[in-house]
Design a protein around this ligand. Sequence first.
Ligand code: AOF
Ligand code: ZN
Length: 367
Amino acid sequence: MTDDARFMAAALNFARRGLGRVAPNPAVGALIVRDGVVIGRGATAPGGRPHAEVLALKEAGPAAADATLYVTLEPCSHHGHTPPCADAIIAAGVARVVSALEDPDPRVAGLGHRRLRAAGIAVETGLLAEEARRANLGHILRVTAGRPMVTLKLAETADGFAAGPADAPRLKITGAVANSRVHMLRALHDAVMVGAGTARADDPQLTVRLPGLEERKPLRIVLDSHLRLPVSSRLVQTARSHPTLIIAAEGASQEAAARLADHGVEVAWAKADSSGRIDLNAALTLLGARGLTRIFCEGGPRLAAALIACGLADEVIIFQSPARLGQAGLPALDAPSRAALVDSALYRPVGQASAGEDIIREYERII
Ligand code: AOF
Ligand code: ZN
C-alpha cells in the first residue's frame, strides 16, 4: 500500500465515526499530513457541521501551509450553512489535495476540485474511491435518487429459517456477540426500520443498548400499511423517549393514526401499491425528503424479500447461527431473494466474519 493509500484509509476510518449522526450530510473524513506526519484530523461533526476539512485545518493551524490534505469526499464549493471548504483549504495554503470521490451534490459536482486546481493546488482524485463510495452511499443515493441507502439485516438458523412454524415461540437465533454488532449497526444508521409483521410478532425496542452509546437514538420506523401496530407495543409505549415514525398506506384508519399520535408516535402516509401495501419507493422517497441517508432494516422476511425484489436493499448483512431449526419454519429469505444474492450480476460478497458462534456475511448491491 502506498503512503497515499494508507492515509486515505485512515481518513476513511475516521470518517466512519460520523455514520448515523451527521444526516442529511455525508460522513466525511479529512487528514492533513506534512512530512509523513498527521498534523490535523477532522470528521464531519454530529449534526453535519462543521465539515471535516474545516476541523482538520483548525487542528493543523499554520502548519497546514504546504501540507497535503487527504479527504474522503470532494471538498464543498458552495455557500451552504457554512462557507465553502475549498476556500478554507486555499486560504490555509495547502499544497496538495488527495480526494477519494467527486461529490454528486449538484451544488458541488466537480466545482470543489476545480476551484482548488484554479488556485494552483495539485489535486488527485479517485484514490480508494470504491471504499469512499460505500461510506458515502447514503448521501450519494439521497442526492442522485432521492432516497436513503438501505442496509438489510437478516438473522437465520444454519438451515435458513428466521422463525419456527407459525405460533411457535419466538426463536432466539444469534448470540451475544452478534447482538452487540447489531446494536452497533443501529448506531451507525440514521434510522432502524421493520415491517408491521415483525413489530407485532417480536415486539422489539429497536434501541441502541451498548455501553456509552445509549444516547444514540436512530429514528424507529415501522412500515404498517393498515396501522395495526397495537398501542400496547413497546415501540409505541416508548415513543416519547425514542423518536418513532409509522408509515401507513394512504387509506388506513385515521382513528388508529390519532391513537398512535396520542402516544407520541409520528404517522406519515405513503401511497399504496396495487395490493394495498405501502409502495416501498414512495416510503423511501419520503424518508429521503426528511433528510435521512442511512436506514437499517431488520426485517421481517416479507419486507426483506420486497426490498431485494425492488432493487432497494443496497447492503445485505446475514447473521447465521450454527444451530439448525430442524423442521419447516419461516424462511429468512424466499427463493428469488436468495437467488438474487448469489447472482453475481446483482450482488457481490464484500465480507465474511465471525461473531462468537455466528457467521456474518455481507453483500453489496451492484449499481
Ligand atoms: C464537505 N465536508 O464534511 C461534508 C460535506 O448544508 P451544508 O452547508 O452543511 O452543506 C451540505 C453539503 O456539503 C452536503 O450535501 C454535501 O454535498 C457536502 N458535505 N462537504 O466539504 C464535509 N459533510
Ligand atoms: Zn465543506
